[in-house]
Design a protein around this ligand. Structure first.
Ligand SMILES: [Zn+2]
Length: 241
């Protein structure tokens, strides 16, 4: 599915300077693991840049799988503009990087993008692995959207392997203007909504939200599952109960 450079449900705002302005919104695109979140993010970034617009890519520093890159299963990969440490003031961090983009215009590094009378700015902030943001950092995403006027596309997993919402995802479900589910299929063919954890090839239903040996993919893996298959494997347990 091709995405419009402006999110599909962006509403035209008041016309200013001869072209319609879009009202910035906070978008949360969530799904189970392997639902193509990173691919969708990289595609959205490409769509903006194809139109000569600047985007910033970020992700929480907690995700150590690929350090400072966003990688899709389809083989696309790209370095983020900044990582978000757990204690970071996200709005201030964003403002720093936004200023860098605005200043790069005066260096005329990309002349075709400085042409015209529209000042160079960040068209969108894209956040991968948004489930690992703190609730306070998600609050900052809404401030960036509403107070700073920059749309934010956040991508993340809704629930952990025990079917409990990640703190960042819970806050995004509460605050986002727009929710979009990215779908993937369970082994039985139904839509997968949960992420079952396997350790050494066996399903486990207790443990930390983020597995300690997440870095060792031979040991800890996940399978996206529908509720029926999940409950069959868990013996009816949800959230460790
Ligand atoms: Zn299933």
């Amino acid at each position: 599915m091709a995405e419009a450079a402006a999110p599909a449900d962006a509403e035209p705002g008041p016309t200013a300077g001869g072209y319609a302005r879009f009202v910035a919104k906070l978008y949360f695109r969530y799904g189970a693991m392997n639902s193509g979140k990173s691919s969708s993010l990289l595609q959205a970034a490409y769509n903006y840049e194809e139109r000569g617009q600047h985007v910033l890519l970020a992700k929480p520093a907690i995700d150590t799988k690929e350090s400072d890159r966003i990688s899709s299963r389809l083989g696309m990969s790209r370095e983020v503009d900044f990582l978000i440490p757990p204690d970071a003031d996200l709005r201030a961090l964003f403002a720093e990087h936004r200023a860098r983009v605005q200043h790069s215009a005066s260096d005329a590094l990309i002349p075709e993008q400085t042409a015209g009378d529209r000042p160079v700015d960040v068209a969108c902030l894209l956040v991968d692995e948004a489930q690992f943001l703190t609730p306070g950092q998600v609050d900052d995403l809404l401030r960036i959207v509403v107070l700073d006027g920059v749309p934010v596309l956040a991508y993340g997993i809704r629930t952990d392997f025990r079917t409990e919402a990640f703190p960042g995802s819970r806050r995004l479900l509460e605050l986002a203007h727009s929710l979009e589910e990215l779908k993937t299929i369970c082994r039985c063919g139904r839509k997968a909504i949960f992420n079952a954890r396997l350790v050494g090839g066996r399903f486990v239903f207790d443990g930390d939200q983020v597995a300690i040996d997440e870095l060792n993919p031979d040991r800890v893996t996940y399978e996206s599952m529908c509720a029926e298959c999940y409950l069959r494997e868990s013996g009816g347990r949800l959230d460790g109960r």
